[in-house]
Ligand binder design. Structure first.
Ligand SMILES: Nc1ncnc2c1ncn2[C@@H]1O[C@H](COP(=O)(O)OP(=O)(O)O)[C@@H](O)[C@H]1O
Ligand SMILES: [Mg+2]
Length: 290
């Protein structure tokens, strides 16, 4: 078989691992980079660079961060050419990061999240402490890796942050305020088709964000059945089969879902567990391509 990986982020280390595992299973591989997405329509015939000559049995769609709406439409059309697709529903969602949409889905599916407050107006956020108290967390809904996640201890810090964000031209609608959870455990549970690979993340000195990318350390952990169930339900609620679920567990063992990452990395997990998770991913993608 020939399997293609379609992405707009060629720098992801996972791309290389996916290629290795596809080749190890005896298949041919091609990386399709759509970061410079362009098309023409001449005499009503659509021409899309890199896709017109695509010749494969299965296309894995992963890490689409630019031109996502246009790309979604053209990739769906590949099915007419008999190409099976595994996209983890990104073509349906037409987004890779949207914490607000995901939080709403989690809530509507009766799953626990920290108390949260959303508005399109920064002035409303200035009053968020009335609902959430101090400290609370203010974060971008469209960033990852801990960037743009702030802990606000008092009104002055909040007002200063809002002034700074406004000066930078940021809009209130891309943020969300959230109750600060004084957590005991920050868990990343990577879910691949019901199989769960959990990891505990420990923030660096003087840091509340436990993201690995911010110098946090990681250790393997056994998850209790409640957390495992939550991780699986969260992935289902957001309508995917592969995702990285962030869970906070407080000192009373109460669990909160923080976010569901649509393009979760797995290389850190592979190292922590000495397990071939790339193979688990590729086999899942092949079995679920349609
Ligand atoms: N409400 C919260 N209470 C306490 N810590 C939080 C809260 N929200 C985020 N954090 C910390 O910041 C980290 C990054 O937040 P997260 O919402 O997962 O955004 P990102 O997409 O940047 O990873 C979390 O893993 C956690 O350590
Ligand atoms: Mg996170």
């Amino acid at each position: 078989m020939k399997i293609s990986l379609i992405t707009t982020l060629t720098s992801l280390d996972e791309n290389k691992r996916i290629e290795e595992e596809i080749r190890a299973l005896g298949h041919d591989f091609e990386l399709v980079d759509l970061s410079e997405f362009k098309f023409s329509i001449i005499d009503n015939k659509l021409n899309v660079d890199k896709l017109d000559n695509l010749n494969c049995d299965i296309a894995i769609v992963r890490g689409i961060f630019t031109s996502i709406k246009s790309i979604s439409n053209v990739i769906v059309a590949l099915k007419e050419r008999g190409i099976k697709i595994f996209d983890n529903n990104v073509l349906k969602h037409q987004y890779s990061i949207d914490k607000i949409g995901d939080i709403l889905r989690l809530n509507i599916n009766h799953l626990p999240i920290p108390d949260s407050f959303y508005s399109r107006d920064f002035e409303d956020y200035k009053k968020a402490s009335q609902t959430l108290g101090f400290p609370f967390v203010f974060k971008s809904s469209r960033m990852g890796k801990g960037a743009s996640v702030y802990k606000l201890n008092n009104q002055n810090e909040l007002n200063d942050l809002i002034s700074k964000l406004q000066e930078e031209g940021k809009e209130a609608k891309s943020f969300i305020a959230q109750k600060f959870i004084d957590y005991e455990y920050d868990i990343r549970a990577l879910v691949i088709g019901g199989e769960i690979f959990p990891m505990r993340r420990i923030p660096g000195q003087g840091e509340f964000r436990a993201n690995f990318s911010l110098g946090g350390s990681v250790e393997t952990i056994e998850l209790d059945s409640e957390s495992r169930k939550l991780a699986n339900l969260a992935v289902k609620a957001v309508d995917m089969s592969v995702a990285g679920v962030d869970i906070l567990i407080d000192k009373q063992n109460k669990k909160y879902l923080l976010e569901v990452n649509h393009t979760a990395g797995f290389i850190g997990m592979e190292k922590a567990y000495s397990k071939n998770i790339g193979k688990v991913y590729v086999e899942h993608a092949i079995a679920n391509a349609k």
